[in-house]
Ligand binder design. Structure first.
Ligand code: FAD
Length: 461
């Protein structure tokens, strides 16, 4: 067994880990960044889309929409961070993205046009959250992340294909370091765990092993909707992404749109929890290539309590049904679903919306989604048609199933420290963020806290 001592170790080089490092770089500590995936250069070279692992994490192949919202979406980041810290860090994180090459252009700022959209919404039961959006675009995200890499690698050590298997803790409940797969121990005064969704199963296991209290979040299950771009144009030209939500009449469930991709492409994504990987759906818009369609996720949020309380496991089983039926992602025309029949290759071909995900297999979502979900989704689509006529059309494509897991993360303090001293957790894998900007915000918060303790000489173990 070999040992090496660092001031600190950051596990995961997605946006949460990178922004922790960007904040800490000023302090001249001896820091090691570890990722089980590859460098950005090698990720590109290997040609295969590994959406979640390596430099940039899921952010590398993401759509790069920065939601400069000072209200939390999906998970309640403000349950952890003080409101004033959150607002300050959102603006700070945004400016860092811009410094490394995110475009200056902001959507969602034209108040006159926003007022027109809000007026149209008053005639519906839909609600909207308006926030400025900066769109980097898939492709350009690589350039931005590469610049961050060039800056950080001059000041700290970065190791790829280095999977952390265990977090080391001493008897006084202080962190001691990490152990890599292959028995190599790395000692450090502090450890930041930022493992993203792809590492959340592993992290939940570690949280259980360390005997820490877990916070269980709801699961969101639904479909990816694809329509001709002109259907959403009036909304997407102004807002880029419309964050619309709806409380259904039948089940009183919360349904929302997520990750709207104007002129974008639908994509598949391997996600999973506790050894149950499944193929889900996602979407993105390239910075240099456009489709004629717009896609967005439509998700139903559910929690469980007694006797079953494993929302993520439920989500993987439901998504697994679509995989079982299609071998991956299933696609169906809305008209076929309403007519109670499956879509076929011919039926999809004869439709007006050409699928942007060629590998999706035509089938029947009524076999893969529970009645509750289907009913909720159809109700909201019908309501959305009042805002953007054409959404509830025969040829609208529905891809299933899309699932959003929130990690069963540990209970955390306002500076995102676990019950183990100097062990911090941030980003999607800790269950405290669900997008690029908020992952970055949580990384900055952790970085600021470690800097404070470092300067106060309060980090020695
Ligand atoms: C197709 C797609 C499009 C998206 N589009 C957008 C968008 O437009 N806007 C937006 O805001 N968000 C988008 N997202 C979501 C966004 O990418 C994530 O919210 C964000 O990347 C989360 O950052 P993170 O650092 O927490 O985790 P991640 O980016 O997932 O990074 C985690 C890293 O940790 C590493 N890791 C995990 N476990 C270990 C371990 N045990 N040892 C070592 N390393 C480990 C992983 O390899 C990975 O590199 C998109 C996601 C996808 C997949």
């Amino acid at each position: 067994m070999s040992f090496k001592k660092y001031d600190g170790v950051i596990v995961g080089t997605g946006p949460a880990g990178i922004f922790t490092a960007l904040e800490l770089v000023k302090s001249n500590q001896k820091i090691l960044l570890l990722d089980k995936g590859k460098s950005l250069e090698d990720r590109v070279k290997q040609g295969v889309r590994d959406v979640g692992s390596g430099w940039g994490g899921s952010g590398a192949y993401s759509d790069g929409k920065l939601n400069i919202s000072t209200t939390a979406i999906g998970v309640k980041i403000t349950d952890y961070l003080k409101e004033e810290d959150f607002v300050r860090l959102v603006l700070k994180a945004d400016q860092i993205w811009v410094k490394y090459g995110a475009p200056k252009k902001l959507y969602g700022t034209d108040q006159r046009k926003i007022a027109m959209i809000e007026k149209a919404l008053k005639k519906t039961r839909l609600e909207i959250k308006i926030s400025p959006i900066r769109h980097i675009g898939t492709g350009r995200t690589f350039e931005v992340l590469e610049k961050m890499y060039d800056h950080l690698r001059q000041n700290m050590e970065i190791k790829f294909e280095a999977e952390v298997e265990e977090i080391l803790v001493d008897e006084q409940k202080k962190v001691r370091g990490v152990r890599l797969r292959g028995e190599k121990e790395i000692l450090a005064s502090w450890v930041v765990v930022a493992p993203g969704r792809c590492g959340s199963g592993w992290f939940t296991g570690e949280v259980e092993k360390m005997g820490l209290k877990k916070i269980i979040h709801p699961v969101e299950i639904g479909v990816r909707v694809e329509v001709p771009a002109k259907v959403m144009k009036k909304v997407t030209d102004v807002l880029y992404e419309a964050k619309i939500s709806y409380r259904t009449k039948t089940f009183d469930d919360f349904v929302r749109t997520f990750c709207m991709c104007p002129n974008g492409f639908v994509t598949d994504e391997v996600v999973g929890v506790n050894g149950h990987p499944v193929i889900s759906v996602n979407g993105h818009t390239f910075s240099d290539r456009k489709s004629n369609n717009t896609n967005f996720a439509l998700l139903v949020k559910n929690s469980f309590t007694q006797p079953f309380n494993q929302p993520n496991l439920y989500g993987s089983y439901v998504t697994g049904l679509a995989n079982l039926l299609s071998g991956g992602v299933l696609v169906q025309r809305l008209g076929d679903l309403l007519a109670g029949r499956r879509s076929t290759v011919e039926r999809i071909k004869s439709g007006q919306v050409k699928p942007s995900l060629n590998t999706a297999v035509p089938g029947d979502l009524a076999f893969s989604l529970p009645y509750r979900h289907l009913s909720n989704l159809l109700e909201m689509l019908k309501e959305m048609d009042k805002l953007a006529p054409g959404i509830f059309s025969f040829d609208t494509l529905l891809y299933g199933n899309e699932v959003k897991f929130f990690s069963a993360g540990p209970s955390l303090s306002p500076c995102l420290e676990t019950e183990i001293k100097n062990l911090f957790a941030c980003g999607d894998g800790a269950g405290v963020s669900a997008n690029l900007l908020h992952a970055a915000v949580t990384g900055l918060r952790v970085g600021e806290e470690i800097n404070k303790r470092f300067y106060e000489k309060n980090l020695e173990t």
